[in-house]
Design a protein around this ligand. Sequence first.
Ligand code: CA
Length: 228
Amino acid sequence: MKILIVEDEEGLREALVRSLKDEGYQAEGAQDGQEGLDLACSGTYDLVILDIMLPKLDGYEVLKRIREKKIVIPVILLTARSELEDKVRGMDGGADDYLTKPFEMEELFARIRMVMRRQEGWGMDSRIRAGDLVLDPGSHEISKAREARRVKLGAKEYELCEYFCCNMGQVLSREQITQKVWGFDSEAEYNNVDVYVSFLRKKIQFVGADVRIRSVRSVGYVLEETKK
Ligand code: CA
């Protein structure tokens, strides 16, 4: 699988290329919007990681032109921190996902896997698994692997659950969760996280999966497998 990274900051671009290669992908960089657009349309890449602030053409314009050409390559946008407008504009413009800077490489890898899974999902099993917890992106239901009992999640519960599942074992701060699930960062929303985590815990308990959302004091939460 070949990934194109369109990023004008040389240090970041090279770090991304290197990390993606270490992860087993083929990766190449483009340093401005025009070069990125030309390469993205060349048909040799399977996914584009696209920065927004770029010389020549910005990321929105690159994305727009890719979609105008009816090219269906998945695009993950890199946005500046907590700019809700960026996110909305990017997703409306046909981005498949976005990542706010700064980010951990592990998170980028998770997003790549998720976007590719979605892409390949037609007629295939697109369910997300974390331990023996199974999350169905189609029906928004969770279940325990190989068990019939299932329960439907609300829209926010689903997003929260997906975020936890894709980052199993990693501590997620309330801030990260708020930004991911509610799309912005505000003190008032932090209580929401606690409330929705408690909803989700009850539902996970109900289906009997051997995972739990553990509180990490004064930080946030982590989804982990319960020791049997
Ligand atoms: Ca930039």
